[in-house]
Design a protein around this ligand. Structure first.
Ligand code: GLC
Ligand code: CA
Length: 555
């Protein structure tokens, strides 16, 4: 297995709108990020993944881009960006940009041209089809954010495809001119000195030529089989690799909805010349009665089976990315751990142990290192996210599902859980802004905040800091082979890592009860690398306290 810097790195995701506001307008910005680089350096991370900072009308908070080579007014200027990059590099922190090229904003120059006429030079930059009439779209596909995936456009009396909101028209990657434009833009950023790309829904860029109706799950048909991992996606990524990626020392991670381990070996294979790694979503898709909206938890065995399959099947062939939350997911501690006050810290540390000890590159989402929790939403008026707003409208306000039934489901999964402002200290608005924040601050900021945690050696923050440091000192954390133990247990997640003569035993309790555990003989009395609760490991039988986690090491 090749050893590379991006396999050894720990990545920190910043959602700029919610990270740090420098000018009191209530919106996080680039200068705010620059002002907190020392905090990130102290935590010890190597790379920042910056969610989109490009010019955008903000229909989907920057994932709808109207100019790829300009900075969003809310976030600052290109000079601010250049300063952020330089200051990050000074601290040996790399910056990975979000590359959103499955679609643009409908306010992008290309689309404004494209919609003008059927023979416009930009017409084929997007995906246009005839419907039967203004009410009957070309097929039954539903968009990710509700409603049809097709939008009728009066100008030319045709429909354009948008897998996300109607302000996010899908680009036509089958058009070589589109690919050239994207590659040129990517080179422009690489020449600026950025260190890589996180590629938004990159598994969806190639659509089938025929676009038949999809299987109807609910109101609309599923576009998945026709748009995910489509016919030319690998060819386009190889072309991108050859023309752009291979020319720079950068890292790439593809966001790949619908990816399987088999496909991941192609997207992120050691020798396939596409991407370095991909985000898979199996462990964050419980599936429920109302699409993604559910308050049910998957059994621990389901979660373990998924993680184990990715750990074992990619070993030596492709590279994993490890994450439990991001800007699209609820907070990890609320979802997989236990955010009740008596369990929050231990369960947050346990989850971190479980994830960081696996093989792959770990991603920390801003505030995860503090054990930040889901937000106590009271009413649909609290939502800012287009997905939550539309989903409430489509499922609930429409009368299909009663409020009492739908509410627990939507607040458990709303993306806004992750988007409340970073909790810096216990002053007004958690120190995020001196103005009025664009989205409410979680009221628990008086307890949970960076200032308190950096001052407390037993905090979740210091536990993450230690995990990151251990990774630098122990190549086994990066390169060791994974093997699961106690696969049937619904309470414990236990596995080993092996690198030559070295071995790690990782034990994580997902239970809020005491659980007995038998230490495998070879590990009895071995030194403890990290633990979230003090314990001794010199006898065979021990009792794990709620959410206890520890790692023993044979050298
Ligand atoms: C990705 C992003 C998400 C966005 C969507 C459309 O899933 O992570 O935030 O809404 O793509 O760009
Ligand atoms: Ca601001």
């Amino acid at each position: 297995m090749n050893r590379t810097w991006w396999k050894e790195a720990v990545i920190y995701q910043i959602y700029p709108r919610s990270f740090m506001d420098s000018n009191g307008d209530g919106i996080g910005d680039l200068n705010g990020i620059t002002s907190r680089l020392d905090y990130l350096k102290y935590l010890g991370i190597d790379v920042i993944w910056l969610s989109p900072v490009y010019q955008s009308p903000n229909d989907d908070n920057g994932y709808d881009i109207s100019d790829y080579q300009a900075i969003m007014d809310d976030f600052g200027t290109m000079e601010d960006f250049d300063r952020l990059l330089a200051e990050a590099h000074k601290r040996n922190i790399r910056i990975v940009m979000d590359l959103v090229v499955n679609h643009t904003s409908d306010e992008h120059q290309w689309f404004m041209e494209s919609r003008k006429s059927k023979d416009n030079a930009y017409r084929d930059y997007y995906i246009w089809r005839e419907g039967q009439d203004a009410q009957t779209p070309p097929n039954n596909w539903g968009s990710c954010f509700g409603g049809s995936a097709w939008q009728y456009d009066k100008e030319t009396e045709m429909y354009y495809l948008h897998l996300f909101s109607k302000k996010q028209p899908d680009l036509n990657w089958d058009n070589p001119k589109v690919r050239e434009e994207v590659f040129t833009m990517m080179k422009w950023w690489c020449d600026k000195g950025i260190d890589g790309f996180r590629m938004d829904v990159i598994s969806m860029i190639s659509k089938t030529k025929e676009m038949p109706d999809g299987k109807v799950n609910d109101l609309y048909g599923d576009y998945g089989p026709f748009c995910m991992n489509g016919p030319n996606v690998h060819q386009y990524l190889q072309e991108m690799n050859e023309k752009v990626l291979s020319k720079y020392d950068i890292m790439t991670v593809g966001e790949t909805p619908g990816v399987t381990t088999e496909l991941a070996k192609q997207y992120a294979g050691e020798n396939t010349h596409e991407l370095n790694m991909v985000f898979q979503f199996e462990h964050v898709e419980e599936g429920g009665k109302y699409g993604k909206w559910t308050d049910e938890k998957a059994p621990l065995t389901t979660f373990k089976n998924i993680m184990t399959r990715w750990q074992t099947e990619l070993y030596d062939k492709a590279w994993n990315s490890l994450f439990l939350d991001n800007h699209d997911q609820p907070r990890a501690v609320s979802r997989f751990g236990d955010d009740r006050p008596e369990h929050r810290e231990n369960s947050a540390k346990m989850l971190a142990t479980c994830l960081h000890m696996m093989q792959g590159t770990p991603y920390i989402y801003q505030g995860e290192e503090l054990g930040m929790t889901n937000y106590p939403f009271q009413s649909p008026k609290d939502f800012r996210d287009i997905e939550s707003i539309n989903a409430y409208e489509e499922w609930c306000a429409s009368g299909r599902v009663p409020h009492e039934v739908f509410w627990p489901c939507i607040i458990a999964k709303s993306r806004d859980n992750a988007r409340t402002p970073m909790q810096w200290d216990d002053t007004k608005h958690a120190g995020f802004t001196t103005g009025t924040p664009w989205i409410a601050v979680n009221p628990n900021y008086t307890e949970i905040n960076a200032k308190a945690e950096t001052n407390d050696p037993n905090s979740v923050f210091h536990y993450y800091k230690k995990l990151i440091m251990l990774r630098k000192q122990n190549p086994i954390m990066v390169y060791g082979k994974y093997e699961p133990l106690l696969e049937e247990s619904e309470e414990l997640f236990v596995y080993t890592r092996t690198l030559e003569k070295e071995k790690l035993l990782v034990v994580c309790s997902f239970s809020d009860q005491a659980v007995p555990f038998i230490i495998p003989d070879e590990f009895i009395g071995m030194p403890c690398l990290i633990a979230n609760i003090e314990n001794t490991y010199d006898q065979r039988e021990i009792t794990l306290r709620p959410y206890e986690a520890f790692v023993l090491q044979i050298k």
